[in-house]
Design a protein around this ligand. Structure first.
Ligand code: AMP
Length: 285
């Protein structure tokens, strides 16, 4: 496995692999790798003959300095996990390499970046859009692989890639969960034990709304009540939003829409978690 730290080396790596006939998959991450990241790596490896992973805790997408400072950093373990997962190259730039002195350009994804997460985390999606475009320009993969756990992030990146004529395909993969339903996240390790237990409420609320939606797809208010009932019973959860949206996030879902995605953000102590569920794709009890 090659480990490269400058954009020039990374671009040269891709060019060399492409010249020898490889197709390139790319998995951008902020490290603290878990089974969710590894599933993206496995998907990329199944689809391409070469896979690159980036590990970069991007300062510009954090709206709180505290969250950035406390974000878990486990580089040695991550490199080990990448090697064992069969990754071909890991790109680990430092902030100075990605944002050299004098750089001022940012990408504003427009309205899709200012709702939901964007409303609660001002500037977050400009930070995400800018770093992802930079990474795609540097790595130049045939496809970049993302997790549906960060549902709005995928929607924003698709929008930006389309609008800016970025040739890489943007591919989304299902959320990997702990056995109790909690979506895997690098932030889960920061949960206090009681909050880790309480955090299962997010998935329980989402499945409760899916169950209600299955019973009557024409009554979104009932799906909302079902989710709120579950969330309201957990005192440790501080809910930022519960939203029922059209799959492309262009508008709120309406009664009887064939497809609705439910999205939740909630805080447990100082750890903020997000999750979502496509209601009609839910195949639980
Ligand atoms: P992060 O390191 O949190 O920025 O995430 C890097 C990539 O992994 C993003 O595309 C995330 O959506 C994806 N990811 C994070 N958690 C999960 C999960 N539980 N299941 C699948 N993909 C995930």
């Amino acid at each position: 496995m090659d480990v490269v730290s400058t954009p020039a080396e990374m671009s040269a790596w891709t060019a060399a692999r492409r010249a020898s006939g490889d197709t390139m998959g790319f998995v951008p991450t902020m490290g603290a790798l878990h089974a969710g990241h590894l599933s993206l790596i496995a998907s990329s490896r199944a689809a391409h003959s070469a896979t690159a992973v980036s590990i970069f805790v991007n300062p510009t997408q954090f709206d709180h300095a505290d969250d950035f400072a406390h974000y878990p950093r486990t580089l040695e373990r991550d490199l080990d996990a990448c090697a064992r997962a069969g990754v071909d190259a890991v790109f680990i730039p430092d902030a100075g390499a990605m944002y050299p002195e004098g750089s001022t350009t940012t990408i504003d994804p427009g309205p899709i970046g200012s709702i939901l997460e964007g409303a609660h985390r001002p500037g977050h999606f400009a930070g995400v859009a800018t770093i992802v475009v930079k990474l795609l320009n540097i790595v130049d993969p045939d496809a970049a692989h993302f997790g549906a756990k960060d549902y709005q992030q995928v929607a924003v990146i698709r929008r930006v890639a389309t609008d800016l004529d970025i040739p890489s395909r943007i591919v989304a993969h299902p959320t990997v969960r702990e056995s109790d339903g909690l979506a895997m996240s690098s932030r889960n390790v920061r949960l206090a034990p009681a909050d880790r237990t309480a955090a299962t409420v997010i998935h329980r609320a989402l499945t409760a709304s899916a169950r209600a939606h299955r019973a009557d797809p024409g009554d979104l208010a009932a799906a909302r009540r079902a989710a709120l009932g579950v969330l309201g019973a957990e005192a440790r959860a501080d809910v930022d939003y519960l939203a029922f949206m059209a799959p492309d996030l262009s508008r709120e879902s309406r009664d009887g829409d064939p497809d609705t995605v439910a999205l939740v953000a909630a805080r447990f102590g100082d750890v903020r978690l997000i999750d979502n569920l496509a209601l009609s794709e839910w195949n639980g009890d």
